[in-house]
Design a protein around this ligand. Structure first.
Ligand code: S3P
Length: 442
């Protein structure tokens, strides 16, 4: 049964104090997947207890992997080796998670058994041909709906082969799906992306002992890898979840927050550069390495922002942060232009349309473009009712916008925030934002 959940958010006090946001979603998905396929036991710390990543863990339980959860945000995975998964007795439900479904499509294409991947209403509308077609070029057999969407019927027992695969879009999900299939392929798998994207799969494959290299823009995986558990994986806090606090603290006068232990992989931190270009006061403190990933504390103080042209080359490095950037731009002096971001239209919602409609209805001056938007900042936002379209990142961005609105904002359809950010309401209110759940109805 689906439950709708609305929130009411209004102008809050300054954001203050020290906060820790939950674990990184991308890293949590991959940690579970690689640990499941490895020989040996992997102790995952900082695992994201979100619906997306829990769905992935539940799928591996269905595939015969023993997973212990001794305490929140910890998983002990008893890996079964590359060929140790067992046939599931029922469809595998990825929930809202595009990352789960696309990476699993690659992983399951190489198994000896058939499987079916299903998702929720939003995931069932998202494009899957982009992953199914290159996998087919490797010898996989996967049937989508007529519209090229889930359910994905994956036929096992295929002989996969590597080869040179050129991705049509900059997508870490596609790259990762092909590398996962490459674990089961004969020959070298080489993937080329139009622009570098987050490299967690490459880093984690290396940590598990696979031979992955990047030479002249080609990411290559040697065949015959055996994955061996590194013993422990520490998942950093999710930069994309920190993003809401970075924007909120930047736009609410008097704010000064410290966001601890945030993953600052350079393929994720485009918003940091963009906000700084807009005049934000953000310092990166206590830079260090944790589990092979750069992490740091981010100190964010209120600052007067101004509009900029967001460099299109930076889009993949901040692909999940545009809903939050729309809000920053609405409160910045002057014009912000977003171009080259058409991928936003095929995320958990059409994020350009959803954010433009919501902010416009509150009084912001935004013109939608096919591949982005032009936002004239500075118009005062009044209150009203906005719709997140069931998109977790749009819902949280609308909460941030409400912190500077002149009257309360009701945000409809916020239940999916639990996919990536369990405890958001408590953490946000503890930091000074004004937000409370309004209604919960079947
Ligand atoms: C992700 C890749 C990105 C991102 C998503 C997580 C990943 O998607 O938007 O939230 O973990 O690989 P695309 O690969 O579709 O760009």
């Amino acid at each position: 049964m689906s439950v709708t959940l609305d929130w009411i958010a209004s102008a809050g006090g300054p954001l203050r104090g020290t906060i820790t946001v939950p674990g990184d979603k991308s890293v949590s998905h991959r940690a579970v997947m690689f640990a499941a396929l490895a020989d040996g036991r992997t102790d995952i710390h900082g695992f994201l207890e979100g619906e997306d990543t829990r769905a992935t863990a539940a799928i591996f339980t269905q595939l015969g992997v023993r997973i212990e959860a001794p305490s929140p945000s910890r998983r002990i995975m008893h890996g079964v080796g590359l060929h140790g998964l067992r046939a599931p007795g029922a469809p595998l439900d990825c929930g809202n998670a595009g990352t789960g479904m696309r990476l699993l499509a690659g992983l399951l294409a190489g198994q000896a058994f058939d499987s079916v991947l299903v998702g929720d209403a939003s995931l069932s509308k998202r494009p899957m041909r982009r992953v199914v077609e290159p996998l087919a070029a490797m010898g996989a057999r996967i049937v989508t709906s007529a519209a090229g969407t889930a359910p994905l019927h994956i036929q096992g027992g295929q002989r996969l082969h590597g080869g040179d695969l050129v991705l049509p879009v900059a997508s870490a999900q596609l790259k990762s799906a092909l590398l996962l299939a490459g674990l089961y392929a004969s020959g070298v798998t080489r993937v080329r992306e139009p622009h570098p994207t987050r490299d967690y799969t490459e880093r984690m494959l290396k940590a598990f002992g696979a031979d992955v290299r990047e030479v002249d823009g080609w990411i290559s995986l040697q065949p015959g890898a055996v994955l061996r558990s590194p013993g422990r994986i520490d998942v950093p806090a999710d930069f994309s979840s920190a993003a809401f606090f970075m924007v909120a603290a930047s736009i609410v006068p008097g704010s000064d927050v410290l966001i601890e232990d945030v993953g600052i992989n350079p393929r994720r931190t485009g918003l940091l550069d963009t906000l700084r270009d807009m005049g934000a006061d953000i310092t990166v403190e206590r830079r260090r390495e944790s589990g092979g990933e750069p992490v740091a504390d981010l100190r964010v103080r209120h600052a007067a922002l101004h509009g900029i042209d967001v460099p299109p080359a930076r889009v993949p490095d901040m692909i999940d942060e545009f809903p939050a950037l729309f809000v920053a731009a609405a409160f910045a002096r002057g014009t912000t232009r977003i171009t080259g971001a058409e991928e936003l239209r095929v995320k958990e919602s059409d994020r350009i349309a959803v954010m433009a409609k919501a902010l416009k209805s509150l009084g912001a001056d935004i013109a939608e473009r096919g591949d982005g938007a032009v936002i004239q900042g500075g118009a005062p936002l009044h209150g009203g009712v906005v719709d997140s379209a069931g998109d977790h990142r749009c819902a949280m961005s609308m909460v941030v916008a409400a912190q500077r609105a002149q009257a309360p904002v009701t945000i409809a359809d916020c239940a999916n925030v639990a996919t990536s950010f369990p405890g958001f309401v408590e953490l946000a209110s503890g930091a000074g934002m004004s937000i409370r759940p309004l209604a919960s109805s079947p």
